[in-house]
Design a protein around this ligand. Structure first.
Ligand code: RNT
Ligand code: ZN
Length: 429
């Protein structure tokens, strides 16, 4: 275990090194502490949800693995989330899905959920002083069995899901109001077709009309902000996805023009062609949208939702946000689900990786790089960018964690998770 003295000495050396590059490590640490990361509740139970009858995944998303100890009810899920949060430095929010309603035996379907069905989460968040985010759940339900919801040709099914969208926004606004922090409402639907589709236009036209209904009611951005999430393909919707990137880009412009200026787009890192990079898309969107929602995820060969790590692409996304000075306009959320490892470990690895990547971005000699670029000195730009990749981020990270009374090193927090597994998770049989 590293001593406090070693951590401090390493930090001071790192701070001096970074100064050589025109980087202010203290300023980076201050900024790092202002950016919340939204922790998705669904990593804790493999996206099962808490409704007794509906629930579970469908619509092309899939969690694999059966590591023991998954949360079986709201109390266990909150306990596991609390454990993960206790090991994470910096501000966080928790991201809920409508399928995490605690109905306590009440016969009520998703078109009629209310804020009170999430009261236990709201009380818990209040106690912790954290904000919540929210998602209507358009999967894991008999009325979503066709992989068609808001674009379903059946008017009754469409109406059910429109109501679900509306009621979800009301719930989110209620959460935002109760907690004094905006609750972001993200809408993702699984709608699509396995094979060649004869009438794509009709599906997309229905989706447009349904969204118009869902978004009719106006809410204060201090209570809730809406976002729509596109996708390239899913399992079972390989040939056609109704809510494609172009669809939502078009819808965004249309919504902005028609008085809904706050609508955002969600960019999920697993939702594009593997050679496309979300990092390259940010600056385009930033010019035409007030804010952005990010789903940090890691696709391996497909949209597999592996736990994120400190990867090139995650770091590049963060760098783009720093370079564009867009951290205050971006909502950073995690979206992965791995059932093959300890689920608390999964959360902590992913959330720490996101924040460490953000720190690395804040420590980039951005001003110098921009100067070199303007001077068209691309060789020097390349050399400095390359060197910047191995600047002493870890030493600054360890100091950041130390100031929060948390371990920077994984070996230390892993032993804490191992105790939790032994004393709590392993008893869930
Ligand atoms: C699915 C989307 C969506 C979900 C969660 C559960 O491909 O990424 O965001 O993962 O809402
Ligand atoms: Zn997502």
């Amino acid at each position: 275990m590293m001593s406090e003295q070693t951590i401090k000495a390493a930090y001071e050396a790192a701070r001096d090194t970074l100064r050589e590059y025109g980087v202010d490590a203290e300023a980076a640490l201050k900024k790092l502490d202002e950016i919340p990361v939204s922790l998705h509740c669904w990593q804790g139970d493999d996206v099962t949800g808490l409704e007794a009858e509906a629930g579970g995944v469908s619509g092309g998303i899939l969690s694999t693995g059966n590591y023991p100890g998954k949360a079986r009810n709201g109390d266990e899920l909150r306990a596991d989330l609390s454990k993960a949060l206790s090991l994470l430095p910096g501000p966080h929010k928790v991201n809920l899905h409508a399928s995490y309603a605690e109905l306590a035996g009440e016969k009520v379907d998703r078109d009629a959920y209310e804020l009170r069905h999430f009261a236990r989460f709201v009380d818990w968040a209040k106690e912790k002083g954290i904000g919540l985010d929210f998602n209507p759940t358009y999967f894991g339900h008999p009325k979503a069995a066709d992989n068609l919801t808001l674009s379903h040709p059946d008017k009754g099914i469409r109406a059910f899901w429109i109501e679900h969208g509306k009621t979800s926004r009301r719930i989110a606004a209620g959460m935002g109001k109760a907690l004094g922090q905006t609750c972001v409402t993200n809408l993702w639907i699984p709608d699509g077709m396995k094979d060649f589709t004869a009438d794509r236009l009709a599906h997309r036209a229905r989706l447009k009309d349904s969204l118009d209904e869902v978004y009719k009611e106006k809410f204060s951005p201090r209570e809730t902000l809406d976002s729509v999430e596109c996708k390239l393909f899913g399992i079972g919707t390989e040939s056609f996805v109704v809510g494609s990137h172009e669809f939502y880009m078009g819808y965004l412009g249309y919504a902005h023009k028609n008085g809904f200026e706050d609508l955002m787009l969600t960019l999920d890192m697993g939702h594009f062609h593997p050679t496309e990079q979300v990092s390259d898309k940010l600056s385009s969107l930033l010019l035409f949208s007030k804010e952005i929602l990010l789903h940090l995820s890691r696709g391996v060969r497909w949209d597999s939702d592996h736990v994120i790590v400190f990867s090139d692409e995650i770091t590049e996304v963060m760098r783009e946000l720093v370079r564009a000075d867009a951290l205050d306009r971006t909502h950073i959320a995690l979206d992965f689900f791995d059932g093959s490892i300890n689920r608390v470990t999964a959360w902590v690895v992913g959330a720490r990786a996101a924040r460490r990547a953000l720190l690395a971005a804040l420590l980039e000699p951005t001003a110098r790089l921009k100067e070199l670029e303007l001077a068209q000195n691309f060789g020097d730009r390349l050399a400095l960018m390359d060197e910047a990749r191995t600047l002493p981020v870890a030493a600054v990270w360890n100091e950041y964690c130390r100031r929060k009374n948390l371990p920077g090193q994984a070996t230390q927090w892993l032993s804490d998770v191992a105790d939790y597994e032994k004393n709590v998770l392993s008893k869930r049989v």
